[in-house]
Design a protein around this ligand. Structure first.
Ligand SMILES: [Zn+2]
Length: 300
């Protein structure tokens, strides 16, 4: 790839941690788009692939899914973003946002200018150009689209995800132009001895060293996917990212059509399911579930 970006190894914790800190969570809806039922939840049989791609699926059967990002407010470290959603320009020109191949699985992108993450931060009094920390669950097109809008941020993600995206293409859901900037990328090696287990998760990092924001390794959707566990005021929250598109994935183990690695996806899903079982009052947030999103509060 072109080499504007020179990612470095993350050294954690990032500054700002406070003993016993809790964080606030604001779910941000960035856009809506449509996909096939068979893309969201894999169907069996000879036509599964054809149906997942929508070739024999009538328009009215396609389902609405949200594109989301999350704002976290940490008392010492300030605002932290999880994923960036689509670039603000997608509100004006939605065609091409998902690339040529993503456009097969995801269609009809609808996005208001006010829904772009920078606009939503500004509305909450946060200057996006000065945001200090962004955690990337992974670098797919619908998560990495607005990276360019946060030039001063430290971006934290897994080294395997960076490698996969840097060597990937639109067929894998990546677009290098979205992330190949001379920004401060910090990579986590979840296989290293610095990574600990946390709750049901075999591999985790404590972002600020105070237990308030933990990054847990959930590969399978992509090679280096991570999810985020938050300590809120009165409960924990698990932002699954695309390790689980929907509540049905978590509750009924319904797998999506597309997985980078099915074995790892199932292992990560099992860790998510165990977390949900062992922490029954936790807020567990799937990555692309419209119904689950509509039931969420504006702030936790
Ligand atoms: Zn994805």
């Amino acid at each position: 790839m072109a080499t504007a970006a020179e990612p470095r190894k993350a050294s954690l914790p990032l500054p700002g941690g406070q003993a016993g800190a809790t964080v606030k969570l604001h779910p941000l809806t960035v856009a809506k788009m449509r996909t096939t039922p068979g893309g969201l939840h894999r169907e069996e049989g000879r036509l599964a692939a054809v149906k997942a791609l929508g070739l024999r699926v009538p328009r009215e059967q396609w389902v609405d899914i949200p594109v989301v990002a999350f704002l976290i407010e940490h008392p010492g470290a300030g605002p932290v973003l999880v994923d960036t959603g689509f670039h603000p320009s997608v509100a004006v020109d939605p065609k091409g946002a998902m690339g040529r191949f993503g456009g097969l699985l995801f269609k009809d992108i609808r996005m208001e200018q006010a829904e772009a993450v920078p606009a939503q931060l500004r509305e909450r009094g946060i200057d996006p150009s000065r945001l200090a920390t962004v955690v990337m669950t992974h670098l797919h097109l619908d998560h990495a689209g607005a990276i360019s809008e946060f030039p001063e941020a430290t971006f934290v993600l897994s080294d395997l995800e960076w490698e996969a995206a840097a060597n990937g293409n639109e067929l894998d859901g990546y677009n290098k132009r979205q992330f190949d900037h001379a920004f401060d990328y910090r990579l986590l090696d979840f296989e290293s001895a610095e990574s600990d287990s946390f709750a049901s998760f075999g591999r985790s990092f404590d972002l600020f060293g105070d237990g308030s924001v933990r990054l847990v390794f959930t590969p399978g959707h992509t090679r280096g996917h991570l999810s985020v566990v938050l300590r809120l005021r009165d409960r924990e929250a698990l932002l699954c990212g695309d390790a689980a598109y929907t509540r049905s994935t978590i509750e009924e183990s319904r797998l999506p059509y597309k997985m980078e690695d099915e074995h790892r996806f199932k292992r990560s899903l099992r860790e998510i399911q165990l977390f949900a079982e062992q922490t029954p009052d936790a807020l567990v947030v799937p990555g692309h579930d419209m119904r689950a999103l509509l039931l969420m509060d504006r702030e936790y």
